[in-house]
Ligand binder design. Structure first.
Ligand code: SF4
Length: 503
C-alpha cells in the first residue's frame, strides 16, 4: 500500500480498495506494504503503533516474505502460468488446473517448511481461492447469480498485484449444541447485519486466523453447514485487512517474549515464526463486487468440505518442518559424537519414516485429484483426510524422538546472556561442550532449535496446529467414516471366503 494514500473510508468502492494496493514483486515490497496501514492491533493489552516492526510479530512476517523470495529464486517451483491474466504468477495465487499443479503446490509447501521451520501462513488463502472457483460457479448455475464472474475479477487483480489473502473461517461458535441463529449472542457466528445498494455489512469474530494481520485481504466465509434460518450467516466476501471496523488481538505463543530479550540463540529460530490472531469485524462494509455468497446457505457445507479437502493435504507443509527436526536431531547426535551408534541411527530412520508417510498421503491425494464442474481440480478427500490425520499424530512422535536424542540439557541449559558473561560463559563453554571440534555455542544453538520446535514458539505450528488446524482429529475420522465404503470391502472379503451370499 502506498504510504501517501488517505486513511480508508468505511464505504469504499471495490475500485478504491484496489487502488490502495501497489504491485508487489519482492519480499522487500511485501514488508513495505504492511507499514502505515493504521490497523488496530492489540498485543499484551496495548494498541501497537506499527505492528510490522514489533519483535514478536516480525518473525511471522518474515515467514510470509519467504514466499515472495522463493518465487524469485525458484520460479519453476513457486510460480505458475495464469491463463486468467496471461502472465506468470506466484503459485500461492494460482488456480489448480491439473493434479500436477497440486503436486507442485505440495512440493513448494515442503520447501517453504524447510526454509522457515514454521507455519508460513499463505496456504489458507491459496486453498480458499480454489474453493471459491468451484463454489461460486455452482451457486451461479443454480441461482443465476454473478458470483463466479465477480470472483474471477477479484482473482485477476489479486494475481496482478501479487497480494496475500487470509482465510477467515473459524467462528467462536458459543454454545456448540445450538445453531448460529439460535445463539444468545447473534454475533457468535459472522452474519450480514445490513444490505444497501452498494454492498453489505458484516459483524462477528474470526478466531485462530492464521497470519491474519500479515495479509492484505481477508476472505470471510462460513465455518459449518447452515440451514434456512441461518441465511444471514451464509456470507462469503473479501475485506482489506485495514478496512474500518476491524480490530485484531494477537495470539500468545509459548516463549514468545524471548524475541524481546535481544540475541538470537535462546529463540531457537530467531528469523521465522507463525501467527494467529482473533479478529473482530464490527459492521465492516463489503462492496457487492467482493461478495461471493449472500444467503445461499445450502452451499455452506460443500464449501467447508472442499476447503478441508484442499487444506488437509496442504499439511504436507509439516514434512518440511519434519526435515528440519530430523536434521537438528542428527546434528546433536553428531555434536555429541554419537552419530554411528545403532539405536540413534534407528531413531532417525523412524523419524524419516513417519515424515515420509505424511508426505506420501498428501502427494497421493493430489495425484488422485478430480475435476470439478468449474474446471479446476480438487484433492481426493479420503487421502487428504488421511494425510491430515497422520499429521495429528506423527509430528508428536517425531518430536519425542528428537527430544530423546537431544537429552535433558535441552531444557536445563543456561541462557544466552549467561554465555555472554565472561565468568559464567567460560564455565559454560568448557563444560557444555560435546565433541572437541564443535563450538559449545553451536551445540546450544541446535538444542534451542529442537526446543523451539517441540516446546517453544514453533511448537505451535509443528504440534498444536498439526493437531487442530483444518479440523481436530475427530473431524478427519468423521470424513474417513463417510468415505470408507465398508460394504464394498465386505463384499471382497465374503467373496474370497467362499460365502455364497456376497451382497
Ligand atoms: Fe500452510 Fe501449513 Fe500453515 Fe496451513 S499450517 S497455512 S498448510 S504452512
Amino acid at each position: 500500500m502506498n504510504a501517501a494514500t488517505p486513511a480508508p473510508r468505511r464505504e469504499e468502492s471495490a475500485e478504491q480498495r484496489w487502488n490502495r494496493f501497489s504491485v508487489l514483486k519482492t519480499g522487500e515490497d511485501y514488508l513495505a506494504s504492511l507499514r502505515n496501514r493504521g490497523t488496530r492491533l492489540f498485543l499484551f493489552g496495548e494498541l501497537i503503533d506499527e505492528p510490522a516492526d514489533h519483535p514478536i510479530i516480525k518473525p511471522s512476517i518474515n515467514a510470509l516474505r519467504a514466499s515472495y523470495d522463493l518465487a524469485i529464486e525458484d520460479p519453476e517451483l513457486a510460480t505458475a502460468w495464469s491463463p486468467l491474466i496471461d502472465a506468470q504468477v506466484n503459485r500461492f495465487l494460482h488456480i489448480v488446473e491439473s493434479p500436477a499443479d497440486l503436486v507442485k503446490k505440495n512440493k513448494m509447501q515442503r520447501r517453504m517448511g524447510q526454509i522457515t521451520g514454521t507455519c508460513f501462513q499463505r496456504c489458507t488463502g491459496l486453498d480458499t481461492i480454489s474453493v471459491l472457483h468451484s463454489i461460486t460457479y455452482e451457486i451461479d448455475e443454480k441461482h443465476g447469480t454473478r458470483y463466479h464472474h465477480r470472483f474471477l475479477d477479484f482473482l485477476g487483480e489479486a494475481q496482478r498485484k501479487n497480494i496475500l489473502i487470509a482465510a477467515g473461517m473459524t467462528d467462536p461458535k458459543g454454545d456448540r449444541s445450538k445453531r448460529p441463529a439460535q445463539q444468545s449472542d447473534p454475533d457468535m457466528f459472522m452474519r450480514v447485519t445490513r444490505r444497501t445498494d452498494k454492498g453489505i455489512y458484516v459483524k462477528g469474530v474470526k478466531a485462530h486466523m492464521t497470519g491474519g494481520w500479515n495479509q492484505h485481504w481477508i476472505c470471510v466465509m462460513p465455518t459449518m453447514n447452515l440451514t434456512e434460518e441461518d441465511r444471514d450467516y451464509a456470507v462469503v466476501g473479501m475485506i482489506p485487512g485495514d478496512a474500518e471496523g476491524i480490530t485484531y488481538i494477537y495470539g500468545r505463543q509459548s516463549c514468545d517474549t524471548r524475541a524481546m530479550e535481544g540475541g538470537d540463540i535462546d529463540q531457537g529460530n530467531a528469523e521465522y515464526g507463525g501467527q494467529e490472531v482473533l479478529v473482530y469485524f464490527d459492521d465492516v462494509f463489503i462492496p457487492h463486487e467482493h461478495v461471493f455468497m449472500d444467503g445461499e446457505y445450502e452451499f455452506a457445507q460443500d464449501m467447508v468440505a472442499r476447503f478441508t479437502a484442499y487444506h488437509r493435504a496442504s499439511y504436507v507443509c509439516k514434512t518440511g518442518l519434519g526435515d528440519v527436526l530430523v536434521g537438528a536431531a542428527a546434528s546433536i547426535a553428531e555434536y555429541n559424537g554419537l552419530e554411528k551408534v545403532s539405536h540413534i541411527r534407528d531413531k532417525l530412520v523412524e523419524m524419516v519414516h513417519l515424515n515420509e508417510t505424511i508426505y506420501s498421503s498428501g502427494i497421493a491425494s493430489s495425484h488422485e485429484a478430480k475435476q470439478m464442474p468449474s474446471g479446476i481440480f480438487m484433492n481426493d478427500a479420503m487421502l487428504s483426510n488421511v494425510c491430515k490425520h497422520n499429521v495429528t499424530r506423527f509430528p508428536y512422535e517425531i518430536s519425542r524422538l528428537a527430544q530423546d536424542l537431544a537429552g535433558g540439557i535441552m531444557v536445563t541449559m543456561p541462557s544466552e546472556k549467561d554465555l555472554e558473561n565472561q565468568e559464567a560463559g567460560d564455565i559454560i563453554r568448557r563444560f557444555l561442550k560435546g565433541r572437541d571440534d564443535i563450538p559449545t555455542e553451536d551445540r546450544m544453538r541446535i538444542l534451542r532449535l529442537i526446543e523451539n520446535m517441540t516446546l517453544g514458539r514453533n511448537a505451535v505450528g509443528y504440534l498444536t496446529e498439526s493437531m487442530h488446524g483444518a479440523g481436530s482429529p475427530q473431524a478427519q475420522r468423521i470424513q474417513i467414516l463417510r468415505g470408507m465404503d465398508v460394504d464394498t470391502k465386505k463384499w471382497h472379503a465374503r467373496k474370497l471366503a467362499g460365502i455364497k451370499q456376497v451382497s
